[in-house]
Design a protein around this ligand. Structure first.
Ligand code: IPE
Ligand code: IPE
Ligand code: MG
Length: 246
């Protein structure tokens, strides 16, 4: 049961997360249940992304980080992988003007070295066009892996520093994909499974976790509100006692 629906418990509506990170899971099952191709499920998933961006803007969320394609997803049938990348490319091209008009700053996080030239160019164009925008920061994780991000950061730190035995948290932090942004306050995973699947690891250290059985293409405004209301009731202690928090 969600706390948000508990009679008598009223959510503190001002307790809004600054940064929400989402694993958008369940596109395949949603499509299968309808006799559609998995790609159709991913297309529907993109529509939900556009809705969720609007909810973030309405709620004053500052950062939204979405897991679109993980390093492990290369193991899927090649047709699905191709279709996913085609969809990503089309969305980048087609929706860029709209994202920019909405003052959204778009960042693609992940290992981009594997992408073809056209995709690299589309990503670069999108990031350059929107980099001065002051509204929602939208991070899309593509060919991303939390472990990759950490290894990549460690390698960069090692290259820079002479004192290799002393790597500090701050040094490592500086080289991670999400550097400069507040850490996620709220993590949402749809689709019924409760795992992190090699999404951001370092920055989730103190994130509040929220899981829902709802498949991503069925994720509605009511679901979103529920996740935020649930978050608003969490007591974030960061190691302190309840009494210390007062
Ligand atoms: C998540 O949905 C989207 C991606 C991984 C790209 P899935 O495709 O994993 O959907 P299920 O889990 O098979 O239902
Ligand atoms: C995680 O979803 C990756 C994305 C949503 C992009 P998966 O559906 O691939 O995760 P697992 O393999 O079931 O853990
Ligand atoms: Mg899945």
């Amino acid at each position: 049961m969600s706390y948000a629906n508990h009679p008598g418990i009223k959510a503190n509506e001002n307790n809004i997360p600054k940064h929400v990170a989402i694993i958008m899971d369940g596109n395949g099952r949603w499509a299968k249940a309808r006799g559609f191709s998995r790609t159709k499920g991913h297309q529907k998933g993109v529509e939900i992304v556009k809705e969720v961006i609007k909810y973030c803007q309405e709620n004053g969320i500052q950062v939204l980080t979405l897991f679109a394609f993980g390093v492990e997803n290369w193991k899927r049938p090649s047709k699905e992988v191709r279709n996913l990348f085609r969809l990503f490319f089309l969305v980048l091209r087609k929706d860029l003007v709209n994202l920019n008009e909405n003052n959204i700053q778009l960042r693609i996080i992940g290992d981009k070295t594997a992408f073809n030239r056209a995709l690299k160019t589309a990503i670069q164009d999108a990031e350059i066009l929107t980099q001065q925008n002051t509204g929602l920061v939208l991070n899309i994780a593509v060919n991303y892996s939390g472990r990759w991000d950490l290894i990549n950061a460690i390698q960069k730190v090692l290259k820079r520093t002479s004192e290799k035995s002393e790597i500090s948290e701050a040094q490592l932090n500086q080289e991670l994909s999400l550097f400069g942004l507040p850490e996620p306050d709220l993590f949402i995973r749809t689709g019924g499974v409760q795992r992190i699947s090699n999404f951001i690891l370092w920055e989730l250290a103190y994130t509040e976790l929220y899981f829902t059985k709802t498949l991503w293409p069925d994720f509605t405004k009511a679901e979103w509100d529920n996740a935020l209301a649930d978050f608003a009731l969490r007591e974030r202690r960061f190691g302190l006692t309840g009494e210390q928090l007062g």
